[in-house]
Design a protein around this ligand. Structure first.
Ligand SMILES: C[S@@+](CC[C@H](N)C(=O)[O-])C[C@H]1O[C@@H](n2cnc3c(N)ncnc32)[C@H](O)[C@@H]1O
Length: 359
């Protein structure tokens, strides 16, 4: 049945109200965070010098323009039936407020690590007891408390990332559902074998299982705490179709040519170059011929030239030891070398969304 004009208006109003409030909320947190960081920086006996990027950085107005464009596409995708109207992923208003409090309790610790040069606490803590986790992984990425290893970190991670990207992160991830839906629409969902690698707290796995209600999926990650958070956040219907496995991206727990769809979001910039190549090889090994890799990660230099200065600053402001090498990585060439050919590519605010097909 054709939708009435009132139905369309009501959906658009809900979308704009929810996403507008979300952007305003996280923008306010970003502003408060900048003030707090400034104060903590001034308290340091020898604060690190201010960094000036060699390339231009976008103004606040330009950034907002890109965010509006992203949400415009997001709504168009909803209206095209690619995925449902997004639900908030932070629970009830009371839970949302509790997270905000926790965020501000933790933020001074993150800022002190940043200005006093602390990003190896996790390595020091796990030095004596063999954790089985690779050395490169045992760091306080983004200076975050607990690195990837604690429940507290898992609870705060998405909130912290949304503050960084002014509430637009979930919408950037959702753009992965566009090439994903092309694959799913062409086949019987129930017969597709799907895994999200480095699933974290379920940032893509959960929306994908919501968008494709007969699909089953396995989240793979090295962090038990993050996967447990993902399980807790899943609705009953998604929980029945989701499973989880603790494993590294560079040694996946799947048989050769056993998966139809693989996705990975914001992993590759966290990996050392050698491990990136091992992971690409693993992806090619486990995908069936004709299978697809849906890849979302940070933009690389030149993909949105206006953001190049910010990309240059990023690894210096946050602990991102492998980001600079990621910016130079020929990702398409690397996947092509493993037999994964580029099918589609789009930018989405600070992300690149690409799909590769195994020959
Ligand atoms: C930046 S987070 C992204 C999480 C999630 N995909 C998202 O969209 O929010 C990176 C995730 O990668 C995981 N990770 C890092 N290195 C990994 C590796 N070698 N194998 C599997 N997971 C890894 C971390 O535990 C963390 O959950």
């Amino acid at each position: 049945m054709a939708e009435t004009a009132l139905g369309t208006l009501s959906r658009r109003t809900r979308f704009v109200a929810r996403q507008g409030a979300r952007v305003a909320w996280f923008a306010a947190h970003g502003e408060a965070l900048r003030r707090l960081q400034k104060r903590i920086r001034q308290e340091q006996p020898s604060p690190p010098p201010n960094i000036t990027p060699s390339k231009p950085v976008p103004s606040q107005r330009e950034l907002i323009g890109h965010i509006i464009e992203l949400f415009r596409r997001d709504l168009a995708n909803v209206e095209a039936g690619i995925y449902p109207l997004p639900r908030g992923e932070f629970g009830s208003p009371a839970e949302f407020l509790a997270l905000s409090r926790k965020f501000f309790q933790d933020a001074p610790k993150v800022a002190r690590r940043r200005y006093a040069g602390g990003h190896q606490e996790i390595f020091e803590e796990t030095r004596e007891s063999p954790s089985g986790l690779p050395r490169y992984y045992r760091q306080n990425f983004h200076f975050q408390s607990g690195g990837w290893l604690t429940e507290e970190s898992a609870r705060l991670y998405d909130f912290q990332v949304e503050v960084l990207f002014t509430g637009a992160t979930a919408a950037m991830r959702r753009q992965a559902l566009v090439p994903f839906s092309e694959m799913v629409r062409a086949k019987d969902q129930r017969r597709l074998a799907y895994a999200d690698i480095a699933c974290g707290t379920g940032g893509l796995l959960l929306p994908a299982l919501e968008a494709f209600p007969r699909l089953k999926g396995t989240g793979v990650d090295l962090s038990a705490a993050y996967m447990s958070e993902a399980r807790d956040r899943a609705t009953a219907s998604v929980k029945r179709r989701a499973s989880f496995a603790a494993a590294p991206a560079e040694q996946l727990p799947f048989a050769d040519e056993s998966l139809d769809v693989l996705s990975t979001v914001y992993l590759f910039h966290e990996l050392p170059p050698k491990v990136r190549r091992q992971a690409a090889k693993e992806f090619a090994r486990v995908l069936k011929p004709g299978g697809r890799l849906i890849f979302v990660d940070s933009l690389k230099t030149g993909e949105t030239p206006a953001f190049d200065g910010l990309l240059e600053l990023f690894p210096q402001l946050f602990h991102e030891p492998y980001f600079t090498s990621y910016l130079e990585e020929d990702l398409d060439g690397m996947f092509e070398g493993e037999g994964l050919r580029l099918q589609s590519f789009e930018t989405a605010f600070f992300s690149r969304v690409a799909a590769y097909e195994k020959a």
